[in-house]
Design a protein around this ligand. Structure first.
Ligand SMILES: NC(=O)c1ccc[n+]([C@@H]2O[C@H](COP(=O)([O-])OP(=O)(O)OC[C@H]3O[C@@H](n4cnc5c(N)ncnc54)[C@H](OP(=O)(O)O)[C@@H]3O)[C@@H](O)[C@H]2O)c1
Length: 318
């Protein structure tokens, strides 16, 4: 099969499209014919992209953590009453194994959910990592409840747009931050206010946020501890916060696959409670160019489409 592979940690310029062996299903895995895959900025630098859970080198590595496709094989130990050959599924692949920038991928069945009827693979692939990250930041690590005020840094990005919508749906007051060009987008997602980080001082929000969700890091993260109200929380996915808020707590986390949360995100998407921006589409064979464009700051959620995908969803009702 064809796959995009990185020979070692580095820049996208080193990525190649290569002929690689068809994946093997380990216990509890299914094999998916990839219809669409998505990636996140920075994943080519992550150590787990190139090693297994024991730290053993598994390069050359296939990137792209998000997948949407059709189940073509059930591995030993999978429950056929759970997933079946022919199911349309999507999910986030564990970081310590090969990703979805390939024609086929082996994924743990427990990390997958059914793609809702009417949702395209190219839409579904854009949801798992961004949606799970936003959900876990707000609901799991941030403990967000209705009526609270949340500040979301980088609100116009892939994670940010979903975070704004999830927080709004939870009944929170949302202040989105970022660059001026994202103001309308962020307000349309449900933010009450937008703060242009280049023009407006963050200090105006000092001590007022029940929850701050940072995905920018650096100086913005450093300033964010002061925003947290007494009893509040700073959640970062960019870097571990260097200091704790004076009367709150600060958390850094790495997103984990979670089927229950994925099912809730799929339900919200199908119900129109959350929407995804139109993905920036590339053929799978142009994966190296897509990663290069992302490195060069081209905005949007990039989705790779496998134009050779053959499998159709099974027609039997579930
Ligand atoms: N820890 C984890 O588990 C985890 C999970 C997912 C993602 N991440 C990380 O979280 C970050 C966000 O992911 P994403 O997929 O949402 O990326 P993205 O789509 O590129 O979004 C990032 C957003 O932040 C804005 N931004 C970045 N730097 C800024 C600055 N200095 N001032 C104002 N706005 C700024 C960007 O604006 P422009 O586009 O205009 O620059 C963009 O709107 C990435 O670094 C990713 O690697 C971590």
């Amino acid at each position: 099969m064809n796959a995009a592979r990185m020979p070692r940690p580095g820049r996208a310029a080193e990525m190649m499209i290569e002929t690689t062996p068809y994946p093997r299903a380990s216990v509890g895995d299914v094999i998916i014919e990839v219809h669409a895959a998505a990636f996140t900025p920075g994943e080519l630098d992550w150590e787990p992209t190139y090693v297994d859970r024991a730290g053993r080198d598994r390069s050359p590595a296939i990137p792209a953590r998000d997948v949407s496709g059709v189940v073509v094989e059930l591995g030993f130990g999978t429950n056929p009453s759970d997933l079946r050959v022919g199911d349309r599924v999507f999910g986030m692949i564990d970081r310590y194994r090969d990703g979805a920038a390939a024609e086929y991928v082996a994924v743990e069945a427990r990390d997958l959910a059914l793609v809702p009827d009417g949702v395209e693979h190219t839409q579904a692939a854009a949801l798992p990592m961004s949606g799970l990250t936003a959900w876990q930041a707000l609901m799991v690590h941030g403990g967000l409840t209705a009526g609270q005020r949340v500040v979301i840094h980088g609100a116009g990005g892939a994670v940010g747009q979903l975070a704004v919508q999830i927080a709004r749906n939870a009944g929170a007051e949302v202040i989105g931050t970022g660059r001026a060009h994202d103001r309308k987008l962020v307000v349309d997602c449900g933010a009450t206010t937008f703060l242009d980080l280049a023009e407006q001082p963050l200090a105006a929000l000092n001590g007022t946020a029940d929850l701050v969700f940072d995905m920018i890091g650096g100086e913005i993260l450093a300033q964010s501890t002061a925003l947290v109200a007494p009893g509040g929380t700073l959640v970062s996915i960019a870097a571990p916060p260097a200091t704790q808020p004076p009367a709150g707590r600060a958390v850094y986390f790495i997103v984990e696959p979670n089927r229950t949360q994925l099912i809730e995100l799929a339900r919200s998407l199908a119900a129109g409670e959350i929407t995804l921006p139109a993905p920036v589409l590339y053929p799978l064979t142009d994966a190296p160019q897509a990663f290069k464009d992302k490195e060069n700051g081209v905005p949007g959620k990039f989705v790779l489409r496998n134009e050779n995908a053959q499998s159709r969803a099974a027609s039997q009702p579930r």
